[in-house]
Write a protein that binds this ligand. Structure first.
Ligand SMILES: [Zn+2]
Length: 311
């Protein structure tokens, strides 16, 4: 694979395939993808807000053919809030992701109001409300859903969708372009950053890494971070196995998740940004094995994650 710089915009990664990169990849700055085969184009994820979605669409118009299909890899807003810019296409997601979008408790038009007065969550939300723009926004939901795997015809070729959730979220999917040797992983991979497992089971996220590795694609486009290869997926897998083993020891001892978090050493991965994202992943492990000890709300969990970000 040719080296791809980590700079904002569209980068050609393989025959008919581009990655739209949005550095630095932190909270909401996610990647998208384009696949063009035989005069038709598929878009993977639509960015977090209308201006970013329009920038993606404008860049796509320069290199790709007619956009006929959109895939949302999961229900986090940074992967589908730009759907309204692509409403002339069919929009695909797993049933679980589509259900989560339709029942989303948060409205991005009131982004700056999330979290209680004086909390880190409120400051973070206000920062996001300044960085992202929801003027004229409305939700545009998937028009078609699938479960398991789906082959999408594109021109005279095919693209394969594989459901690998629940893992990062309830309904994760990956997008594989066999003819080009490219896989778009959504947030199964945060390249060069600490992964975050909101839904779990964590063992499912590890299994999702194995599915990606099994495709043996030369190019791996992560949900966040620079363009990668299988090596980055193996690193994320190793990290999650390490975190799972550490946390299960605390689960067995009956210790609370906060203790598992404070005593976790990421080892060779300690230089990855957002080390505190280990906490929601630990919570997911507790929710599976000791739900009685995993009582924190999303807002309380975020308070701990953001305190770690500030350290
Ligand atoms: Zn994301």
């Amino acid at each position: 694979m040719a080296w791809v710089p980590y700079s904002r915009g569209l980068h050609h990664v393989a025959e008919g395939c581009w990655a739209w990169l949005e550095p630095p990849g932190t909270w909401g700055m996610s990647n998208s993808g384009l696949v063009t085969i035989g005069g038709e184009t598929l878009v993977v994820d639509t960015q977090i807000d209308p201006p970013r979605a329009r920038a993606l669409r404008a860049a796509a118009t320069g290199v790709a053919e007619e956009i006929t299909t959109v895939v949302n890899t999961h229900d986090d807003g940074d992967h589908w809030f730009g759907n309204l810019v692509f409403e002339d296409a069919r929009i695909l997601a797993t049933t679980a992701a589509s259900d989560a979008m339709r029942t989303m408790p948060m409205d991005p038009r009131r982004l700056g109001e999330i979290g209680g007065e004086g909390t880190a969550l409120r400051r973070w939300s206000q920062w996001r409300a300044e960085v992202y723009d929801y003027e004229g926004w409305r939700p545009a939901y998937p028009t078609e859903t699938f479960d398991g795997s789906l082959t999408v015809k594109l021109g005279d070729g095919t693209v394969e969708l594989h459901e690998v959730g629940p893992a990062h979220t309830r309904g994760d999917a990956i997008v594989h372009v066999p003819a080009a040797g490219v896989v778009f992983t959504g947030d199964i991979l945060f390249h060069r950053a600490t992964p975050i497992v909101w839904a779990g089971p964590v063992s499912n996220h590890i299994a999702a890494c194995d599915v990606v590795l099994g495709l043996d694609a030369a190019v791996v486009v992560p949900g966040h971070g620079p363009v990668a290869s299988g090596a980055a997926v193996r690193e994320t897998r190793n990290y999650l196995v390490h975190l799972l083993e550490h946390t299960l020891r605390h689960v067995e001892a009956g210790a609370p998740p906060e203790v598992a978090y404070r005593t976790f050493d990421p080892g060779e991965y300690r230089l990855w940004p957002h080390t505190s994202r280990a906490f929601p992943t630990i919570q997911a492990i507790y929710a599976e094995h000791r739900p009685d000890l995993a009582g924190l709300s999303w807002a309380e969990t975020m308070e701990i994650v953001l305190a770690g970000d500030a350290e």
